[in-house]
Design a protein around this ligand. Structure first.
Ligand code: HEM
Ligand code: NAG
Ligand code: NAG
Ligand code: NAG
Ligand code: NAG
Length: 333
């Protein structure tokens, strides 16, 4: 009998084993760390924060744009700065894939921060680490939560092709089940999907991304019944039913496009979500109850958003000897 009893030393080795499992899981990367550049680039944090501050003071929308740039970097084959690479004769730039082209912004801001970082610590800090820090700082400057960022990501040596981008990034035109499946395949759960969707509390969308909801929803010839009729009227004035309005911009959270708050979720409860895919969070009870929670407890949104952003920043990272530290974010060394 005795050998079946769990003795204290066995207990601690089981705990140790579980701890090892935890740290070897891909989401809790053991190779990134909080003090990666403390010795090699002690001013990094300050340089990035200052660059983001200047960029936002010139253009408030830049906070949203940097956050989205980081999302599109990480969600397509990992956080490797591949979206930053310009097109060359040998590969089509990821930035020119349909979901990114004429839509993703902020490349110049990363270039300018990178050049400051290169002056202070040449060939030391990756572009994707700079972008990860910039996205966090952008959220903080917009009034959102702070979260600690681990560093040590290295830049990729390839860019993803059009199919890779289209197949991995969520589209506003696909059902929520498909969007959730894309997140699940990368280790996120539905709480992450709801929390991260809250990023749409800042920034803008082009009319083309929601126009069908105003005029011809699902071929009905009528507006989307899940969009409040007074909101439909307002949107029609910015996005009239003609092609030349396609690139006009509307705030994703019309009530406060530059303030990182829980306004996005308050809109959803009121059938005022701009994107069909966002409003879809209310059509399913499993996500709708989280939306309501974030309406009543903004601090719970902030906490969950930070935790989900931490996960986002850990996707498919290159560390150690993999990849490289680019000197110019737009080109391989
Ligand atoms: C859940 C699935 C998602 C879908 C379907 C989606 C779709 C979109 C679309 C269609 C736009 C407007 C783009 C344009 O008109 O040019 C947009 C903007 C934006 N997205 Fe998402 N997105 C999703 C998730 C996320 C996540 C996870 C983040 C960040 C964590 C994010 C951050 C943003 C931001 C900040 C903007 C505004 C950017 C700006 O004003 O420059 N999105 N998104
Ligand atoms: C300021 O923002 C505008 C866009 O709003 C951009 O065209 C311009 O280059 C920015 N200037 C600086 C110095 O960043
Ligand atoms: C959603 O996913 C299903 C199953 O993978 C696929 O057949 C369908 O085409 C997708 N729908 C859209 C609109 O992408
Ligand atoms: C929904 O909108 C109404 C006004 O139209 C507002 O009074 C109410 O507070 C909103 N609900 C939420 C949850 O924000
Ligand atoms: C979702 O909730 C509504 C009302 O609270 C209820 O009528 C409906 O049956 C629920 N659906 C599911 C799938 O649980």
């Amino acid at each position: 009998m005795e050998q079946f009893l769990i003795k204290p030393f066995m207990f601690s080795s089981i705990a140790l084993f579980l701890l090892c499992l935890l740290f070897s899981s891909p989401l809790v990367s053991s190779q990134l760390d909080y003090r990666h550049y403390d010795k090699t680039c002690p001013n990094l944090i300050r340089i990035v924060r200052n660059g983001v501050r200047l960029a936002i003071s010139n253009d408030t929308r830049m906070a949203a744009s940097l956050l989205r740039l980081h999302f599109h970097d990480c969600f397509v084959n990992g956080c490797d700065g591949s979206i930053l690479l310009d097109e060359t004769s040998s590969f089509k730039g990821e930035k020119n894939a349909v979901p990114n082209k004429n839509s993703v912004r902020g490349y110049e801001v990363i270039d300018s921060i990178k050049s400051e970082v290169e002056k202070a610590c040449p060939s030391t800090v990756s572009c994707t680490d700079i972008l990860t820090l910039a996205a966090r700082d952008a959220v903080v400057f917009a009034g959102g939560p702070f979260w600690n960022v681990q560093l040590g990501r290295r830049d990729g040596r390839t860019a993803s092709d059009e199919d890779g981008v289209v197949n991995q990034l969520p589209s506003p035109f696909e059902p929520l089940a498909n969007i959730t499946a894309k997140f699940t395949s990368k280790g996120f759960d539905s709480k992450d999907v709801v929390a991260l969707s809250g990023a749409h509390t800042i920034g803008f969308a082009q009319c083309s991304t929601f126009k069908k909801r105003l005029f011809n929803f699902d071929g009905s010839g009528n507006p989307d019944p899940a969009l409040d009729s007074s909101v439909v009227q307002k949107l029609k004035s910015v996005c009239p039913n003609q092609d030349d309005s396609d690139t006009n911009l509307v705030g994703l959270d019309a009530s406060s496009s530059s303030k990182f708050d829980n306004g996005f979720f308050r809109n959803l409860v009121n059938n005022s979500g701009l994107l069909q895919s966002d409003q879809a969070l209310m059509a399913d009870n499993s996500t709708a109850f989280m939306v309501r929670r974030y309406v009543y407890y903004p601090s719970s949104f902030f906490r969950d958003f930070g935790a989900s952003m931490f996960k986002l920043g850990s996707l498919g990272v290159l560390t150690g000897q993999d990849g490289e530290i680019r000197t110019n974010c737009r080109a391989l060394n």
